[in-house]
Design a protein around this ligand. Sequence first.
Ligand code: THU
Length: 143
Amino acid sequence: MKKQKRRLNLVELNEKQLFEIADEAMKNAYAPYSNYRVGAAIVCDNDKTYSGVNIENASYGLTNCAERTAIFKAVSEGVKHVSKIIVTNGTDELSKPCGACRQVMSEFMGPDDIVYLANQHNDFKEFTFKEILPLAFSDKDMD
Ligand code: THU
């Protein structure tokens, strides 16, 4: 019998699964220059999750971080809001999103949305977005 296709939605998705998606994605990190592998997974307003990895380039400055890869994939499919993000990496240290990624996150995440920063052992710390980017610059500053 043909297996029914199931769509992963917010109700079914628990934190453990989100961590697994980020971990699994990290295997596809393209990091031949730094050898620092990063995986991200996000939960979005369309009930879907998206993953992302860091994608490096021989012209170093063109590197795209895992967080931005995941967010850009989602936004290109119509997402306007990200409610959770997990960022993991292949070391013992917890991930620390760079400043550029925090600013891009601030475009699509609210102050109380959830950020999990993890390491390769799935140790993690949970933050709200405003904890990792206080005083964020936003469209309101231009009113
Ligand atoms: N990197 C990320 O993917 N996310 C971050 O927030 C920090 C940095 C990547 C970019 C580059 O491929 C490698 O980590 C080393 O900087």
